[in-house]
Design a protein around this ligand. Structure first.
Ligand code: CAA
Length: 386
């Protein structure tokens, strides 16, 4: 049975900051971000837009009533949870009107969580071929004002529907993982922002890739020449490019071809920024919607990396008619986001919800996006569908 991605949707928050403006405000050469990191803009979420509202918006854009009646598992991958106990998937299950007899869970392992969700979904569909599984990768990447990671922030959600006989991409059975206990990026429960050993994290990203790829080649007998494109986790676009170059140094023709596809695969990531666990799937969406070279039957290689660290290399094969599931105006939608200056960005992205003594915040600003946090009542988050 072929199992894979049947639909894929994306949502970004309403605001965007130009990294050239950020560079000027921080007295940094703008080319450090534009050329050095290969990033040009980053998405900015206000307090009324969180991993639940972004996830709901991404999923609502792709689901039909028929899908909602067939989905019996909702998986959210995130490292920016809104609750230490209740899964964001439970809020999403309700907001999206999914039939009640479903399992709803949250998976955490830094930027790798949603990839683990994809494997879980595949196993579930293998057991129950008529089911559908909704995976939502939703995160808000925030490092703090004037921090080292500030230009690599972002926010957004990718939703994927996993089914038998998918309409976009079959997931192949060639997954290879690696786990190594390292402290490159982590967020203790008492910290608002992650702690990050920036340079170490970039080295570990690449070393996990090269060593896992060697094992992948040994296990599967495949080589990079077998793939039409590669999608990698994109904390910032230059990191992905360096990763590709690190495993493709001997064959110039393959490197040139995969580099061309890589630039198509970062069109959205460059203007959204890091969305942690959704970044690799945003890159897939960018590749599919911006490449004219891909065709049915092409194989795509994936490298998912979550700090801490767990990584996975796997592949997928495009199916006939996959273009019918895509949008042609997504970049226009992203360009329509409200542009912030640096003072507005600092006020909006770092605003904190103030609770009264009883745990209420009833005066949140009105937000007319499709899903928004309306208020907090006795420590309970209340969402609104607009
Ligand atoms: N013009 C052009 N390029 C310039 C430049 C200029 N004026 N000034 C600097 N650069 C280049 C540098 O040469 C460098 O490029 P190379 O790496 O190719 O040499 C690049 O810009 C970045 O410069 P620095 O390394 O000096 O930048 P930095 O010290 O400020 O830190 C960072 C960069 C470590 C990525 C930091 O932004 C950070 O800590 N980010 C968060 C952590 C992160 O994203 N890690 C990635 C791997 S971990 C992961 O993938 C999980 C995850 O999502 C977090």
């Amino acid at each position: 049975m072929n199992i894979g991605i049947d639909k894929i949707g994306f949502a970004a928050p309403s605001y965007v900051l130009d990294l050239a403006d950020l560079a000027l405000a921080r007295q940094i050469d703008p080319n450090k971000f534009k050329v050095g990191l290969l990033q040009s803009e980053m998405a900015v979420a206000p307090i009324t837009q969180d991993i639940v509202t972004l996830g709901a918006q991404a999923a609502a854009a792709i689901l039909t009533d028929e899908d909602k009646a067939a989905i019996d598992m909702v998986i959210v991958g995130t490292e920016s949870s809104i609750d230490q106990s209740k899964a964001a998937a439970v809020f999403l299950h309700q907001l999206l009107d999914i039939q009640p007899f479903a399992r709803s869970i949250e998976i955490k392992e830094a930027c790798y969580g949603a990839t683990a969700g994809l494997s879980l979904a595949k196993s579930h569909i293998a057991q129950f071929p008529h089911s559908k599984v909704l995976i939502i990768a939703s995160d808000i990447a925030k490092y703090g004002i004037a921090s080292g990671g500030e230009p690599t922030q972002g926010a957004g959600a990718v939703a994927m529907l996993v089914t038998a006989d998918p309409s976009i991409m079959i997931l192949n059975n060639d997954n290879v993982c690696q786990t190594r206990d390292i402290m490159d990026f982590w967020r203790p429960n008492y910290d608002k922002y992650p702690r990050v050993d920036g340079k170490f994290s970039t080295e570990q990203y690449t070393d996990c890739l090269t060593t896992t790829f060697d094992y992948y080649v040994e296990k599967t007998g495949k080589s990079l020449a077998d793939f039409a494109a590669m999608c990698l986790h994109i904390p910032f676009s230059k990191q992905g490019l360096k990763g590709l170059q690190a495993i493709c140094h001997q064959d110039e023709e393959t490197l040139n071809r995969l580099t061309e596809r890589f630039h198509e695969a970062i069109v959205y990531n460059k203007v959204v920024g890091n969305i942690y666990t959704g970044s690799i799937f945003l890159s897939l969406l960018s590749l599919l919607e911006n490449s004219q070279s891909l065709k049915t039957g092409d194989a795509i290689l994936f490298y998912s990396y979550g700090s801490g660290a767990v990584c996975e290399i796997f592949s997928g094969t495009l199916v006939e008619g996959y273009r019918n599931q895509l949008l042609t105006d997504r970049l226009d939608q992203l360009n329509a986001r409200k542009r912030l200056d640096v003072t507005e960005y600092e006020a909006i992205f770092f605003e904190e919800i103030k609770l009264d003594e009883a745990g209420n915040a009833i005066d949140l600003p009105l937000d007319d996006t499709p899903f928004a946090l309306q208020n907090i009542e006795q420590h309970k988050r209340i969402y609104r569908k607009n």
